[in-house]
Design a protein around this ligand. Structure first.
Ligand code: NI
Ligand code: MN
Length: 226
């Protein structure tokens, strides 16, 4: 499969038959190379309800008839907007045609800001373990570091981990480096930085803080085979 990074928390996975996008925040994302009208995902997986993660999910899903996988309340909310959804919750796994999705805990919040300035709470925030073609990808979503990352890594040996390093809303570089120790992935890709002023970070600093594990700083639009 091919895995690519598209700025903020957007990760795209192309298998032989499926295009999977995690957290497709395209409109308003100054870093991304994606264009809403060009993306035809089969599957959209969401970590939580914040607008910088849900992003263009409804438009993308309506245009391509994608299945949206999200935590339960967020799935219900998006389902009301006419998209096909599959709701899950933390600790639960489900095997689909393309692979297995398991939701893991994240220490954060989860809500959606509407255009009418309402905040709709959308259940628990989460991380995602995606097992596709025999490889396990962990997308931490937005989270603080937490001790049970060690359990996640032990129970599900991780090939590629996408971890936020932006600080302010999530763990910063020092805590993310400690998270790498706990998770023990084959390779870690830093995400969720430099999109907005409060999360400006130099990913090279994070890379230097990680001593015994591989870190791959991906440019926006960069991909690799896994
Ligand atoms: Ni968030
Ligand atoms: Mn975020």
């Amino acid at each position: 499969m091919q895995i690519s990074y598209h700025g903020h928390s957007i990760v795209k996975i192309m298998t032989g038959n499926y295009m999977i996008i995690i957290d497709p925040f395209i409109t308003g994302n100054k870093l991304t190379d994606l264009v809403v009208g060009d993306e035809k995902p089969d599957i959209i997986v969401l970590t939580h309800g914040h607008n910088d993660h849900v992003g263009d999910t409804v438009a993308l899903a309506k245009a391509s008839d994608a299945l949206v996988i999200a935590t339960f309340e967020l799935a219900v909310y998006l389902g009301w907007q006419g998209v096909k959804t599959h709701g899950m919750n933390i600790g639960g796994a489900c095997t689909f045609d393309f692979g297995t999705v398991k939701y893991t805990q994240a220490f954060h919040s989860s809500s959606y800001e509407t255009e009418e300035n309402d905040i709709i709470y959308t259940g628990m925030p989460a991380g995602i373990l995606l097992t596709v073609e025999g490889k396990t990808i962990y997308h931490a979503g937005d989270t603080a570091v937490f001790g049970d990352m060690e359990m996640i890594g032990k129970r599900h040996p991780i090939d590629v981990a996408f971890l936020p390093i932006g600080d302010n809303f999530t763990m910063g570089p020092e805590d993310a480096a400690y998270a790498v120790e706990l998770l023990n992935p084959q390779v870690t890709v830093p995400i969720h930085f430099n999109t907005f002023p409060p999360i400006e970070q130099d990913p090279e600093v994070f890379k230097e803080l990680v001593t015994n594990h591989a870190v791959k700083i991906m440019q926006v639009g960069e991909s690799f085979e896994c």
